[in-house]
Structure formats: structure tokens, C-alpha cells
Design a binder for this molecule. Structure first.
Ligand code: WTA
Length: 686
């Protein structure tokens, strides 16, 4: 795997040490949904895929499937073929006979003086049916069409997803924090017929004008020769349109008033074959172009439903709060589909967790009686920093605390366990990816011990191993790091990359098809990990060009392409730089053409270009101009050298570089810009 950088022994040594195991308390285990370790044997892939029937049985099918797994065209695996079902029926309708009055979502606006809105399963059904009917009757949307949803954390987002799912329309949600330009690019790639958005929303105490961003998305789409048939705009507060950008008929349509006059008659669900698409979720990868991870219906829902039950241990009587944004995969799987499949009650929070102060999450949790909390290490670190003793003063009945998105260091883990969970709650560290649909590594919380800093063993049905540079399997307990790979398919794996089957095979299944494994299709996660003798994995981080900022996955190539649009920039390279709260932040090195203006102005322009292309989450921590970037003789920029120098580490062997003298210049530039408290002499800081 030539492009991958497997961490060296030295890098592993500076990583945290393995901790001892902590058993779940009996108060939790005695009631956990999985108390029988036999699940591992039942799902052991060496017995074939039949064990997954139990996961399919968690769903309501319109037509039973003929085959569990069709693996005749690897790596394009198809699950539960011939079976048909509808996602919105599974998420909503099947709960209605017994639980129409159970709350599906408690919507908590960021403004604390605004009332919390409880939406029952019955009400959710009404809203989803009404919107589905409108999309079908007025806009002629049918199964297989694509619609982009550019919506914040408000009930309209899950409602729109489920309305699409009811019709078999493939939704593509774009995170509302992404720029209009990024949204436009995704509209074009998915060839969406419509864009559904909102006038705006509240975040960090401010009104964010989303409609203005949506205008830019539509412009970008037109500029790339794709015209939307329409832009449908919700009002954040019904009856009060608040965007500075007015709604321009006939392409733009005010959705909220239109829904009020739409028939409330049920909209019959469209039954979908198990391998028909449910959604596209764009994710960053190794090239400048985001890839549309395309998920199916039966396999995806069975995996998400099962992991919601067995890993999050979620039940209908739980009050569950996942702080992620629905615009990322965690929100799709574990705010929308998973919790609704099990019929649980979820908190949907509009804003920033620490708004207006660090106690907000604990007030919300106490007030609503949150039993299962799900968040990221970045959010935990941020809340701990603001006031480590705060959660103790509040009394939420947490029984399970989940973490996702980035490695959690033991110190932060222990704070979560002790101060938030009072050692009564179990902590579950879940490792997975947009591509995998749901969890891959985690402990089964009722029966497996927790180990701070280690995500856990592979889940039942998942065959995980680590592989060295030569593609050899490293056994558990080797003390070495390797690339994490998954040997057998599982139902949550995406169907492919939207419109690019070749890229799917090349990106995920070629890197580990080497040596003795040449005839096997092993899924490559592109994450490095260690594997201890007890079978637990510790994730060390990405080995490709993806950088993980505050649990958000960003493509360094996307940032570099944005930088290169600024006149005067010759080359750009992004590397992760350690950050005590966000895990890592992007550091952007640029080299400039001879005839350009002052480096300081350029740095500011580059930073703006990145924010415009991707969004504020990608704003570089610093932009560092140098005359020349370290390169190999074949002209490849040595990001590894930049990364080491930025961290103040040895650059390693630089004799193979075409320009070894550049390393000293990089070192000096880093020292100059990063050592200055706020804005460096030529750096742009955020
Ligand atoms: C990282 C998010 C360590 C990893 C669900 C992966 C983690 C990338 C963990 C996927 C974890 C996710 N421990 N690292 N528990 N969970 N990651 O696609 O690098 O947004 O490849 O999916 O996040 O990010 P994505």
C-alpha cells in the first residue's frame, strides 16, 4: 500500500499506553439487551453469512428476501436480495399501533427561552406523509430521483429525509456548515432535481442565513451546467421568513405555507428492493473531489438497527441524545434511522452544546431525563475544559455514554466515565466510517469490559485484522501498527460510490489485495491501528490524505485545491497539527510564485478561499508561506516531513529529497508563525 503511512514504532511509543480493563457494572449488565456471548458465534463469518438473518429479522419486510448475500460480483455485495421494504415504514409506521403517542423527537432550539417541542411518532408520521405527498403530487418526484437537503438541526431535516425515503427518493444531505459552493458541487455530482433548504437557523447565539448559502449552491450548480428544477425553502419559525435573500418564484418556493394547505391524507409508501439506494452521503477522500458514499436500504437498515440495539443498547423507553449533526453519517445512522427503528425518544438540539454556557448539555440532559448520551471526544474535551466539575451538579440518569469520530485519550475517557457517568454508566467507544454504515469496532456494553483508549474488539460478524506495509497480517499482541482491514462483507457496507464503481473498488479493495491476499477482497479502512493480545484495537488515525478535525472528516486535497485557486500560489500542502481540544487542526503550507504580493496578504486570501470552498470548519489554523516545499526527486511533496517539522520532531532521512535545504526554511517559518501568540507575521490564524 504505497500511499499509506503506517506509524513507526516510535510514533506508537509516544501514543498513550494501554490501560487496564473495566467491567461494566452489574446495574447495567443485568438489563443489557445482549447478555449472551453466543451472538459472536452465530455471526461468525467463517460459518457463512446466514447469521445476519437475525439482523434482517429486526426489520419489517413487505416481501421476504430470497438470499442473504449475493457475492457473485465482489466487491459489490448485495444483501437480502429479492426482499423489499420501505425505510419510513420501518422508522415510523410500524410503531403507530402501540406507540403513536410516544415522543420521537424533543426538539430543543438553541435559544433557551424558546419552548422545547415534543413530536410524537403519530405527529412525525403526519408531517412526513404531508411532505411526501407534496413532493410526489406537486413536484412529481419518484423513486430513484435525487434531492439535496441543505438543512440545519431542526425537525424538518429528519422529516425531509423520511419523506424522501417514503417515496424511494434518494436523499443527499449536505451539512449546513458547508459552504454554498461545497453544497453546489454535491448537487451536481448527485444530479439532484430539487434542493430543500431553510431560511436560516441559530448557532452560537447568531442567526445563520442559510438561504443566502443555498443561493450560492444553486449558482455553483448552474455554473457547472446543472439546473435545479426548484429550491424549496422552509421557514425556521413558521409565519416569519427571516432570510435577507427573498424567495424568487417560480423556481423558489416557500415550503412551510404550502405544507399547511397540502392534504393530510396518508401517502402510500413505495416498497424498495433491499439493494435500492436510500441515500448518498458525501465524504472526503484521497482526491480533491468528495465521493458520494451510496447506501442501500435493507442491508444498511439491518446493520444500523442491530448496532443501535446491541451497541447503544437503545430501547423504546430510553431518552437518547446524540450531539452529532445529521449532516454527517453519525446523525444519519444514530439520530435518524437507528433510534427510530427501535422506537426510542431522541433529543434533537439545534445549536452549539456550550451555548450559552458549559452547563447547557447537563441542563438539557437533566430536564429531559437523558439516559443514553452520544458525543465526540472533541465535545467532551471542550466541556471538560470549560468546567470539569460542572456535570456533577446535575442529575441526568445516564446509563450509557457513547463516543465516536476520533480516538479518545484515556484522560478524557476517565473524565467522561467518572464525572459524567458517575461510574454507573458504561462508556462505549465506537469506531466506524461513513462507508461502513454503522459501527465496526466497539464493546458489547453488557458483556465486554471497557478499555480506555481502545475502541474495542470487532463487533460480531466483523472480521478485522491489521496488515503491514507488505500486506501481511500482524497477529494480535505484536505491538506493531498496521492498516485496519475487514475481511468479510457485512450488511452495512455501502453499495458503492455514486456514479463511480471503479473508484469504490480501487479506493477500498485494491490497497489490501496483495501477496497471499491477491484473490481476496479485504476492505481497507485507511486507518492505522494496533491490536492487543486480548483482541482490542487502538485506532492511531488516518494513513491517507484525510484529516480529522474535531471529529469532522476533511480532505487535505480539497483544501489544497482551494488554496491553489488563489493567484500567486504555486503549491499547497495540508498536514494535521495536534490540538488539545480538536485533536488536530489543518496547517496549510504554501509556496508562492516569484511575482506575487506580500506573503501575509496571500495567506489571508488562501484562508478565505478554503472557507469559501468548504466551510468554516476547514479554516486553516495557520497558513505558512515558504519559498519551496520539500519534495522527492520525482516532484512529490513530502507531507510526512512537513508534519514532523510542524510538530517539532526530527524530519527523518531527508537525503532523498530533491531540495533538502527546504527543510530548514520550513522549520524557521513554522517557528516564526506558530510561536507567535495570535497572528503571526505572515500567518493567518483563526
Ligand atoms: C475516525 C464517522 C478513533 C477514523 C463515524 C475514521 C475514529 C474516520 C473513531 C471516519 C473512533 C471514527 N476512534 N477514530 N471511535 N470513529 N474515527 O466517515 O479515522 O466521518 O476513518 O465517520 O473517523 O470518519 P467519518
Amino acid at each position: 500500500m504505497p500511499a499509506e503511512i503506517v506509524p513507526t514504532e516510535d510514533e506508537i511509543a509516544v501514543h498513550w499506553r494501554e490501560e487496564s480493563r473495566i467491567d461494566p457494572p452489574p446495574s447495567f449488565s443485568d438489563h443489557a439487551q445482549i447478555r449472551d456471548p453466543a451472538l459472536r458465534e452465530q455471526l461468525d463469518p467463517s460459518r457463512g453469512p446466514d447469521g445476519f438473518r437475525a439482523y434482517a429479522d429486526l426489520l419489517t419486510w413487505d416481501r421476504p428476501y430470497d438470499r442473504v448475500l449475493d457475492d457473485s460480483n465482489p466487491p459489490f455485495y448485495r444483501w437480502f436480495t429479492g426482499g423489499s421494504l420501505n425505510a419510513s415504514v420501518n422508522a415510523i409506521d410500524r410503531h403507530l399501533p402501540g406507540a403513536a403517542n410516544r415522543v420521537a423527537f424533543h426538539f430543543v432550539p438553541e435559544d433557551e427561552s424558546a419552548p422545547i417541542e415534543a413530536i410524537t411518532y403519530g405527529e412525525l408520521s403526519g408531517k412526513v406523509n404531508r411532505l411526501a405527498r407534496l413532493l410526489q403530487d406537486r413536484f412529481a418526484l419518484t423513486a430513484g430521483d435525487r434531492v439535496t437537503l441543505y438543512l440545519p438541526m431542526v425537525p424538518e431535516l429528519p422529516i425531509a429525509m423520511l419523506a424522501c425515503a417514503r417515496l424511494g427518493v434518494i436523499h443527499s444531505v449536505v451539512f449546513s456548515g458547508f459552504s454554498g459552493k461545497a453544497a453546489g458541487e454535491r448537487i451536481v455530482d448527485s444530479t439532484s432535481r430539487f434542493l430543500i433548504t431553510m431560511d436560516g437557523y441559530f448557532r452560537n447565539g447568531q442567526w445563520i442565513d442559510l438561504k443566502a448559502q443555498a443561493d450560492q449552491a444553486a449558482r455553483e450548480s448552474r455554473a457547472r451546467n446543472h439546473s435545479l428544477e426548484g429550491v424549496l425553502v422552509f421557514e425556521r419559525t413558521p409565519g416569519r421568513y427571516q432570510s435577507t435573500s427573498r424567495i424568487r418564484a417560480p423556481e423558489e418556493i416557500a415550503l412551510t405555507p404550502l405544507l399547511e394547505t397540502t392534504s393530510g391524507d396518508p401517502c402510500p409508501p413505495v416498497s424498495r428492493e433491499s439493494n435500492d439506494g436510500l441515500f448518498i452521503m458525501y465524504s472526503s477522500g484521497t482526491t480533491g473531489r468528495p465521493k458520494g458514499c451510496f447506501h442501500g436500504t435493507g442491508g444498511y437498515l439491518s446493520w444500523v438497527g442491530a448496532t443501535t440495539r446491541y451497541v447503544l443498547d437503545l430501547r423504546p423507553d430510553d431518552v437518547y441524545w446524540c450531539m452529532a449533526d445529521i449532516g454527517w453519517i453519525t446523525g444519519h445512522s444514530y439520530i435518524v434511522y437507528g433510534p427510530l427503528l427501535v422506537g426510542a425518544t431522541s433529543v434533537l438540539y439545534e445549536g452549539l452544546p456550550q451555548w450559552p454556557d458549559a452547563a447547557r448539555p447537563w441542563r438539557i440532559s437533566e430536564h429531559l431525563g437523558v439516559t443514553v448520551l452520544h458525543t465526540s471526544p472533541t465535545a467532551i474535551r471542550a466541556l471538560r475544559r470549560l468546567d470539569p466539575d460542572l456535570p456533577q451538579r446535575y442529575g441526568a440518569p445516564f446509563r450509557l455514554l457513547c463516543t465516536v469520530g476520533e480516538p479518545i485519550e484515556p484522560e478524557t475517557w476517565h473524565w467522561y466515565h467518572e464525572m459524567v457517568g458517575h461510574r454507573r454508566a458504561v462508556v462505549v467507544d465506537t469506531y466506524w466510517q461513513t462507508e461502513t454504515g454503522g459501527h465496526l469496532l466497539a464493546t458489547l456494553p453488557g458483556i465486554e469490559a471497557m478499555k480506555p483508549g481502545s475502541a474495542g474488539p470487532a463487533l460480531p460478524g466483523i472480521t478485522a485484522s491489521i496488515y503491514d506495509e507488505a500486506g501481511r497480517k500482524l497477529p494480535p499482541g505484536s505491538g506493531r501498527a498496521g492498516i485496519l482491514g475487514i475481511e468479510h462483507p457485512w450488511p452495512g457496507l455501502m453499495l458503492g460510490i455514486w456514479n463511480d464503481p471503479d473508484r469504490f473498488r480501487k479506493t477500498y479493495f485494491e490497497p489490501l489485495r496483495r501477496g497471499v491476499w491477491a484473490d481476496r477482497w479485504i476492505y481497507c479502512t485507511h486507518d492505522a491501528a494496533t491490536w492487543s493480545a486480548d483482541g482490542y484495537f487502538r485506532i492511531l488515525g488516518r494513513t491517507d490524505d484525510v484529516i480529522n478535525v474535531a471529529g469532522h472528516r476533511l480532505g487535505s486535497k480539497e483544501m489544497e485545491s482551494a488554496a491553489l485557486t488563489v493567484p500567486g500560489i504555486a503549491e499547497a500542502a495540508v498536514v494535521p497539527y495536534p490540538d488539545p481540544v480538536k485533536g488536530a487542526v489543518p496547517l496549510l503550507f504554501i509556496s508562492t510564485q516569484k511575482t506575487c504580493g506580500p506573503a501575509r496578504d496571500l495567506a489571508a486570501a488562501v484562508s478565505r478561499a478554503v472557507v469559501e470552498a468548504i466551510g468554516p470548519i476547514a479554516r486553516p489554523y495557520a497558513v505558512i508561506p515558504v519559498a519551496d516545499l520539500p519534495k522527492t526527486r520525482s516532484g512529490k511533496i513530502m507531507r510526512r516531513v512537513l508534519r514532523a517539522v510542524a510538530r517539532g520532531e526530527e524530519a527523518g532521512d531527508v537525503t532523498t529529497l530533491a531540495n533538502p535545504e527546504s527543510v530548514t526554511e520550513v522549520r524557521n517559518a513554522v517557528a516564526e508563525i506558530l510561536s507567535v501568540g495570535t497572528t503571526g507575521p505572515s500567518g493567518e490564524r483563526s
